[in-house]
Design a protein around this ligand. Sequence first.
Ligand code: NAD
Length: 410
Amino acid sequence: MKAFEATELFFQQAANQLDLPNDVRELMLTPKREVQVQVPVALEEDCITTFIGYRVQHDNSRGPMKGGLRFHPAVDLDEVRALASLMTWKTAVVNLPYGGAKGGVTVDPRGLTEKQLEMLTRVFVDQIHDVFGPRTDIPAPDMGTDAHVMAWIRNQWEKYHGFNPACVTGKPVEHFGASGREEATGRGVGILTLKLLGRLGRKPTGTRVAIQGFGNVGSHAAKFLSDADMTVVAVSDISGAYYEEKGLEIHDCLRYIAQHGSLADYKNGAVISNEELLSLDVDVLIPAAIGGVIHEKNVDQIRAPIIIEAANRPIEPDADAKLFEREIIVLPDILANSGGVTVSYFEWAQNLQLYKWNLNRVRQELDHVLSEAFESVWQRSHESQTSLRTAAYMVAIERVHHAKTLAGIL
Ligand code: NAD
């Protein structure tokens, strides 16, 4: 199923519960603005390579739009549109004063030198600088982009509009970035996993976890959960998955990654495939890599009773329905991975005031925001007897709907 179609399906399930009229649904699903631009870059002397870049601004009824920029070969308009709408529901469910957006360039950044990547970033900003900024739409890192790319974005944007570090978040700490932004999504996954276990009456100690993806999100989630006394029995990256029945030594995995750049040839765990990791007999499964990894063909092999969607869209809708039938609890992406956008919001708020919080404050406020969001979704799911996903969408849609009504749009 195409990305936007899948996101729309989840929206419709919640809209049905809310009895939302069709004209309102159409308005809420239709992006406010979609921009597609050419990004010509002289990768080699005397030869221009033309990339395609996108920025989709989905909704701004609750505040300026917010969402990452992805540099990846699979980026296309449909995917960016789906991810932009996910950001609207994500910022609404966490109750941040934002709408949703997303952008990207169809490119494999691993094939570029640092200088070429910088040129590409700057040309992309040249093309879209007038549609984003601190009060309209604030980009952030996503797959294939990082704090360094955000520093180039800020620098290029400020050439047109003057000093304003709030034009982009996820910047390096030395460039008005927030302490704790890098760990925020994985830490948020950890915080929310503990909240869910608590509500289910389970203790973290000894809870067995498998995590697919050991990049920014997966590695910080693994660290947080193993520090919370949970047993992380498997982690993986693109090179494969690594399993240890008694629990992996996560700090050793982190050291290995820091030295080697990937988990390839990691020796302190048995090698299994990424597919086998998904079907391990664990208490909690955390897909933290890419979208669509749990689908109709492998859903019956899933044995974990709890899935935390750290990645965006890791479960296809048909598989989601089967998991619900089997009473497997899924903490949906729009809530589970919202720690990153929450700390991005803290960064933006600090930038607007030119004031800096310390790491302790960032962590405390993150815990507070995510706890409130979790409780509102948990309660909603019990009141309405729905999955946590449908409940999360219901909370988000109601907030956006209310904002539109108050503004006189509806
Ligand atoms: P990342 O690039 O840092 O890490 C991705 C990890 O997944 C790497 O370990 C990579 O080797 C692994 N991987 C890639 N393809 C794989 C495959 N086919 N099978 C198994 N593993 C594979 O990315 P990230 O920032 O950690 O993001 C991971 C997911 O979380 C993405 O879906 C992203 O959209 C989502 N997300 C990230 C953030 C954030 O703040 N970084 C916020 C919200 C959502």
